[in-house]
Design a protein. Structure first.
Length: 259
């Protein structure tokens, strides 16, 4: 464990490289105008350019030491989307490799103002959109399984709950409409996410602490990861034991946090 992540940052940098190349390869093999069901209104080309732009935005955060005011959003005229993405990926990986993950860097999470934050954030940003593009392509490529390694998925579950639910929603001024606590369990790890009309909080906990939650949701790491990201239906997990409305509120609030 290092920083806020639950896996080593070297692993996260490796994931960023692997998933980025998979995404670029999928973009190359998929017609640019193919619709992406997980991102309504986007095509595969637009999704690929979005990820390339996010890489450049991250580089601008690191270079400017604050939220960037502007960065290169679009590829050059006639530049293929996958080439634009690969250029951004190569530049970002090189920049992240040059710095120790514990080194201080501007970020939008006060709990983790480090280069490690960006290794983690970009690894999961890329993984989720690789899944999106793969599903849009509707082609079962043997070298791009619609799955996520367990260790990566567990780290992604932690990021979704502690960063997006616990930090992003308060930044947006969004809360729940009712009070409810959701326990999330997967692969021996547990979290509590509490929503109310004035707050949204999430933290890691022991399995024993989950026994008092209003609802306990359980599934394989990849299933829970995709569920939290809204890439699976609200009742698609192995087990939802307790207050279904509390679980549904968590799922819906995360749609607002990540839109």
């Amino acid at each position: 464990m290092s920083g806020q992540s639950v896996i080593e940052h070297g692993r996260l940098l490796e994931v960023l490289g692997i998933e980025g190349e998979l995404l670029a390869d999928l973009a190359h093999r998929t017609p640019d105008g193919t619709a992406v069901p997980a991102c309504p209104g986007w095509t595969t080309g637009e999704l690929t350019r979005h990820v390339g732009s996010v890489y450049r935005a991250t580089l601008a955060w690191l270079a400017e030491g604050a939220r960037p005011r502007r960065w290169q959003r679009e590829p050059g005229e006639g530049q293929p989307a996958e080439e634009y993405l690969r250029e951004g990926l190569a530049a970002l990986r090189a920049e992240l490799e040059r710095h120790d993950p514990a080194e201080r860097a501007a970020s939008w999470w006060p709990a983790d103002p480090t280069y490690g934050f960006w290794r983690r954030r970009m690894a999961h940003e890329t993984t989720v959109h690789r899944i999106d593009l793969q599903r849009a392509a509707a082609t079962p490529f043997a070298d791009t399984p619609d799955d996520i390694p367990d260790d990566v998925a567990v780290d992604g579950v932690d990021e979704m709950l502690c960063l997006w639910f616990g930090q992003r929603l308060p930044m947006l001024g969004m809360t729940g409409t009712r009070t409810g606590t959701v326990a999330v369990r997967t692969a021996g790890h547990s979290w509590i996410a509490r929503a109310g009309t004035t707050e949204t909080l999430a933290w890691r906990c022991s399995e024993r602490e989950t026994e008092n939650a209003d609802v306990v949701v359980t599934g394989r790491p990849a299933e829970v990861y995709l569920w939290l990201w809204g890439r699976a239906g609200p009742w698609s997990l192995d087990s939802v034991d307790g207050d279904y409305d509390a679980a549904g509120q968590l799922w819906a609030l995360l749609r607002l946090a990540t839109r």
